[in-house]
Design a binder for this molecule. Structure first.
Ligand code: HAM
Length: 423
């Protein structure tokens, strides 16, 4: 039997990892600038946590979870990060110590969906959550931060959709209104939507079937049935977004696939061709009821998650892929000693350096340097040793020069640091 990675789960090899590191570093930097701190929670949680928070009638819980039993415990590989973070927030009674907590996380998530471009069974999310702040200002700041982040990454056109699902019984009232509208035309709905009409009617608004969409076109929208305080929250959010100059579009049919949302809902969709049908780069919203439903004190919360694979597809492809590298080529044994020492000096200056240990012909060593995409090669042979210099070749231009051996590490480190800054 040929052993292969699980369908829909991918290896990320070293030649792709540079882009991942840059994306993750940019996310961490952005999150810290906004006062978020990292949290790391286990990759699997009790199945009941996801059922209770995400909702029994959602696609994720109904058909996508990787669940298993071990030592009499029912466990599930996390399909998203919000539920686990909320569990940790509660378990460690963070609310008792911190009036407002801002957390971020990065890591793999698991959903047994049909694999497609931009849709995996193991994928990676970067997300943020705020606990303890009910005001619309933090909703606006979060959306603005996301839009700024996608710009910083060079993601082209992005559609920012917002909506409100209201709070309290709004969702239930809207559900009834939608069912009342669609029930007389039940037989015209797709099979999937007929099933949803009983279990989770809001999801019918998400249906890809053109006939379903037609039937929903004149359905009442949730914004029509918002209570006064929910409407005030939504209006304030819009006012703040306008003040921040954040572009957005109100989409009263935006529902998203997780049941925990209340009030603000948002999704960022890429307009670039690379993404195809999987164009949701990220999304989130308020979930003011979840912490209380999980047994904690009433605590408002809001968050989002970005799909990292989708972001990498949407990001500008000319972002540099790897950090600068010096490749040291020893010619003969005394050269090897000099290269080992110089490599150690370069690393002490923060430069990545590799010594070609295989030796042999110069041509073979230079082709290995090219394979490693070295920024420059440093050659040390008998001639260089006699003159107290090293020969440096810049790979992109093929320019060659000699540098005094004693200053080589510092000069090269300065030079490589400035190439990196130019990116
Ligand atoms: P979500 O919309 O289910 O929200 O996922 C967020 C993002 O993860 C999606 O927009 C997409 O980019 C990416 N994603 C989801 N499923 C896949 C997949 N199978 N393959 C590749 N990428 C995928 C959440 O997960 C919520 N926890 C967000 C949130 C945080 N809401 C409040 N706080």
């Amino acid at each position: 039997m040929k052993l292969r990675a699980v369908k829909g789960m991918h290896d990320i090899l070293p030649d792709e990892i540079g882009r991942w590191h840059r994306l993750e570093a940019a996310f961490r930097a952005m999150a810290s600038r906004h006062g978020y701190e990292e949290v790391r929670t286990p990759i699997c949680e009790p199945t009941a946590l996801f059922v209770r928070s995400i909702g029994e009638a959602t696609d994720v819980v109904e058909k996508e979870m990787y669940s298993f039993q071990r030592h009499d415990d029912e466990l599930t590989l996390r399909p998203e990060g919000t539920a686990g973070a909320a569990r940790a927030y509660l378990e460690h009674t963070v609310h008792a110590r911190q009036a407002v907590a801002r957390w971020y996380y990065l890591g793999p998530m698991f959903r047994g969906e049909r694999p497609a471009r931009g849709r995996q069974r193991q994928f990676h999310q970067a997300g943020c959550e705020i606990y303890g702040d009910a005001g619309p200002a933090c909703d606006a700041e979060m959306i603005d931060m996301l839009v700024g982040f996608l710009r910083e990454l060079g993601v082209g056109e992005v559609d920012v959709l917002i909506n409100s699902l209201g709070s309290g019984d709004t969702r239930a009232r809207y559900r009834d209104a939608l069912v009342a509208h669609l029930s007389p035309r039940r037989d015209e709905l797709s099979e999937e939507s007929r099933r949803r009409l009983e279990k989770n009617p809001l999801r019918i608004l998400d249906s890809k079937s053109p006939r379903d969409q037609e039937l929903c076109a004149d359905a009442p929208t949730v914004l029509d049935v918002l209570a006064d305080d929910d409407r005030a929250h939504f209006d304030a959010l819009r006012r703040y977004l306008d003040a921040l100059g954040t572009p957005y579009r109100v989409d009263p049919r935006l529902v998203r696939g997780l049941d925990y949302y209340t009030r603000t809902l948002f999704e960022l969709r890429g307009a670039g061709g690379e993404l195809g049908a999987q164009n949701a780069l990220g999304g989130g919203g308020r979930y003011d009821g979840m912490i209380a439903e999980l047994g904690g004190p009433a605590t408002p919360a809001i968050g989002f998650a970005l799909g990292l694979e989708r972001l990498l597809l949407a990001m500008s492809p000319d972002a540099p892929v790897s950090a600068p590298l010096a490749y040291l080529v020893p010619l003969g044994d005394p050269g090897a000693v000099a290269c080992l020492v110089l490599a150690k000096e370069l690393r002490a200056h923060g430069v990545a350096a590799i010594v070609d240990g295989r030796g042999g012909k110069l041509k073979a060593m230079m082709s290995r340097a090219e394979q490693r995409q070295a920024t420059l090669t440093v050659l040390v042979g008998d001639g260089e040793l006699e003159r107290g210099v090293v020969t440096v070749k810049t790979m992109a231009t093929h320019a060659q020069e000699e540098l005094p051996r004693a200053q080589a590490a510092r000069v090269l480190a300065d030079r490589l640091a400035s190439t990196e800054r130019q990116h």
